[in-house]
Design a protein around this ligand. Sequence first.
Ligand SMILES: [Zn+2]
Length: 263
Amino acid sequence: MGMLLLAGCAEGDTQDPGGQADSPAEDETTAEDSTEQADTEVTEDSEEPKSTAEQSPESEAEPASEASWDPESIHVLVNRANPLDPIDFVPSDLAVADAPNEFGDPELREEPAETLEELFAAAEADGIQLWVTTAYRDFEFQQALYDQYVADQGEEAADRFSARPGYSEHQTGLAVDVADLEDRDCYLRACFGETEAGQWVAENAPEFGFIIRYPEGAEEIVGFQYEPWHLRYVGVETAVEVTEQGLTLEEYWDQPPAPDYLD
Ligand SMILES: [Zn+2]
């Protein structure tokens, strides 16, 4: 570790990152009050009149999850408007993912570490070789990384592709950057999304609970340029829905866009 050379990335790619993971994760809804009780009249009571908010026929199924501000939740929202709290948060269940990697022993929280291994195995079975570049990064590492980018390129440029410490999903233990180390041209660059490996990841990651967190053309919402290599774990149900609906996490969780830091 300790290698602070993660490249920034160009822009200008025109590839729709939203993969079509048509997965059958369709259960949920069940717990809702079922409307198909066709027993007529009865009327008496048997059914508390639900508070009105529930009855818009338009708003389809409930989302599989909601945003959380608990840093230990797999649904924690971290962006420029939502730093981690505490700012130097360290996950309690970090584990090493047994996956090919660039800098040694990539750490994630237990659940994503496990499904990342499955994701990599599935890729390999399809003839796609992936590597982890970095996964969990602690506050101090992110501080060093960000400071170096600012020193090299200025704050404005650095802010476009590197999170400030305390604002990085990598500090949650739920995010991982992947690459094809045999294709250096698209290493941590937007064009990774057009490579065979990048396309495989976009299509298949949701089935393992990961989404492309910073999709193309969403910088004004998520605060970052297109990063087809940055995967965020949110669990399978949420990942599949977010991807199928072509949304950012902010949109899916009905949260405001976070293009800029608040300070
Ligand atoms: Zn990343």
